[in-house]
Design a binder for this molecule. Structure first.
Ligand SMILES: Cc1cc2nc3c(=O)[nH]c(=O)nc-3n(C[C@H](O)[C@H](O)[C@H](O)COP(=O)(O)O)c2cc1C
Length: 326
């Protein structure tokens, strides 16, 4: 029993390093041997301690491990005649929700320093050319970016780009604000934070982009930025975040969508973060700035750094930006 517990603890410790893909790690080899030697006599899959994702995929019919990701796919389906879904969505067309939409992310009061953004840098190429040229850039020179470049990336990813007036039952109108990316139900459940590491005109720290104000709100200092960088799990040879100008963090608020759409809303949150990342890549390419999607961060560390609880508010994705060295 003691040996089993010991092995489990070691397994947990090693799994935190697996994303570094240190396949020759002696510890993993030792753990594998130890676990295999405690295999139960049955040849079933439950007799194996260390389970890779390939092992799970190859033994889908065993029924002996959790399949939560697929449960989510099933739970987030929309079916014909689903009255609960229809009534929940209908609620968002009534007067109280029309008022709420009008106030979405209004940011009347903000905590933290508020900073103005300069005019955005101007794209140097057509969208079709940016699509052709876009490539993941994982290595950066360490040179700073201009705040005007960051402003362009923020506005073209999360900025307000239009408005429309919606009528309430009494004939009054409420103004809705539309943004650069499409959003399931127009709820905009993904917030944009920027971890500034090396940007001219911006102190090292963390900043939230406030769309309705088109301003930055400082939410963390240099120490917060360091904590976020430390959540990056990839070895430095594969990517050099310290030489990047900054890291965009896409923060999801699942219940903003799930309150209206149930589990389906979570799909919308993920779609939106993908759309935002793609806008960022194309705008960056058009400005000669390098970007890399980065999803191999340690979730608990990243959430802790940005004061997210990991459920009602969580780091969904990161995009590194910098002066590309390749
Ligand atoms: C959702 C997502 C997550 C990604 N995460 C990482 C990552 O953690 N580390 C990394 O080096 N590249 C990451 N990438 C970049 C891919 O490796 C890259 O897009 C792919 O190799 C294709 O290359 P290209 O972007 O240059 O066309 C990610 C891409 C996507 C779409």
């Amino acid at each position: 029993m003691f040996v089993l517990l010991h092995v489990r603890r070691r397994q947990h410790h090693r799994s935190r390093r697996l994303l570094g893909v240190d396949v020759l790690d002696r510890g993993i080899a030792e753990a594998t041997i130890s676990i295999s030697s405690y295999r139960v006599e049955s040849p079933g899959v439950e007799g194996v301690g260390l389970r890779t994702n390939q092992f799970r995929a190859d033994n889908l019919d065993s029924g002996s491990f959790s399949r939560v990701a697929e449960e989510f796919l099933l739970a987030s389906r929309i079916s014909r005649w689903d009255r609960e879904f229809a009534i929940s969505v209908m609620d968002y067309f009534g007067d109280p929700m029309i008022e709420t939409y009008g106030k979405l992310d209004q940011d009347t009061y903000v905590e933290g320093d508020v900073l103005d953004l300069p005019p955005s840098s101007v794209a140097r190429m057509a969208v079709s050319e940016a699509i052709r040229q876009r490539r993941t850039r994982r290595y950066y020179t360490g040179d700073p970016l201009h705040l005007a470049d960051i402003a362009a990336l923020m506005r073209d990813t999360a900025g307000i780009t239009g408005a429309g007036d919606v009528e309430k039952s009494n004939g009054d109108h409420v103004r809705y604000w539309y943004r650069a990316v499409p959003s399931g139900g127009g709820l905009y459940p993904v917030e944009l934070q920027f971890v500034a590491l090396n940007v001219r005109g911006l102190d090292r720290g963390v900043y939230r982009y406030a769309p309705r104000r088109d301003q930055l709100v400082r939410t963390g200092d240099a120490e917060t930025a360091d904590a976020l960088v430390a959540s990056v799990s990839t070895p430095e040879d594969d990517l050099n975040p310290e030489a990047a100008a900054g890291i965009f963090c896409l923060i999801g608020h699942p219940w903003r969508s799930m309150r209206k759409y149930g589990p389906r809303g979570l799909r919308f949150v993920l779609h939106e973060s993908g759309a935002m990342a793609e806008h960022m890549h194309l705008v960056a390419t058009s400005l000669g700035v390098g970007t890399a999607d980065y999803s191999s961060f340690f979730d608990d560390d990243a959430n802790d750094a940005l004061d997210c609880d990991g459920l009602s508010r969580l780091v969904l994705h990161m995009v590194l930006v910098g002066v590309p060295s390749e």
